[in-house]
Write a new protein. Structure first.
Length: 250
């Protein structure tokens, strides 16, 4: 009887000791976990703070607000997106009243250019023009060739469901000339194409024309219906380096 009672108390003592050890173990492990989690959290905050300090510095600000590429979106709204080295849209400029209206309606500034393209291309404004057989032109130009190629690929993906959408790359040197004429780089490339066969055309006339009107004018004056000789490609991604685009969108 005495031995049974003693054994019972020993078991209780052992269980209590096990509980204490387990509790101590868990507390120690949990604290360590919290410390590690705090360390990684602190490390993330520190990196973000350093990045913010870099951006806020004079050199960082200049880099952030320096466009390395532009995306010209033209149908009837005509506007350009300035994209920095971090793939962020840092400027949105309309080149006609419809372009200004669209840029005010859909705010994509400081967003990733992929998101901005999707929002603008899928907007009700552009969709309505496409439904009415409008011609959408997306032109990419920049100092970073890899970034330009990536943007072009994303533009093609965004417009893959539209028959009358065309994506192409323009020479970066054309941007300044386009802006001096008061045109987006996309419309300026169309202007150069039309001017090659109609020397009387002016930038002011081009500014008031839709991309479809420009295209039809080129096709009516050109014997082979050439359009966008410079790096022209259609929405399915096939290159047409010779600029022949017969029958597209008609």
């Amino acid at each position: 009887m005495t031995n049974n009672i003693k054994e019972t108390f020993n078991k209780i003592h052992a269980e209590e000791e096990l509980k204490i050890k387990t509790k101590t173990f868990l507390i120690r492990k949990t604290d360590n976990y919290k410390k590690r989690r705090f360390y990684f959290k602190y490390q993330t905050i520190a990196i973000a703070a350093c990045l913010l300090m870099f951006i806020m510095s004079a050199g960082g600000l200049k880099l952030y607000f320096t466009p390395t590429s532009v995306i010209s979106i033209d149908i009837n709204p005509s506007l350009e997106l300035g994209v920095n080295m971090f793939d962020k849209i840092i400027s949105v400029k309309g080149y006609n009243d419809d372009g200004n209206e669209l840029s005010d309606l859909i705010d994509v500034k400081y967003t990733n250019y992929k998101y901005g393209l999707e929002q603008l291309i899928n907007s009700q404004t552009i969709d309505q023009y496409l439904l009415n057989n409008g011609s959408l032109s997306i032109t990419v130009a920049g100092t970073n060739q890899k970034q330009c190629n990536d943007i072009l690929l994303n533009a093609k993906n965004c417009t893959s469901g539209h028959q009358n959408a065309y994506c192409h790359i323009a020479d970066y040197s054309q941007i300044e000339s386009a802006h001096q004429c008061g045109l987006s780089v996309g419309k300026y490339m169309a202007y150069l194409e039309l001017k090659a066969i109609d020397s009387s055309i002016t930038p002011e006339e081009i500014s008031g024309m839709t991309m479809r009107e420009i295209r039809e004018r080129i096709n009516s004056l050109s014997s082979d219906g050439a359009y966008y000789q410079n790096n022209y490609c259609n929405q399915s991604g096939h290159n047409h380096g010779n600029g022949h685009g017969r029958g597209h969108g008609h």
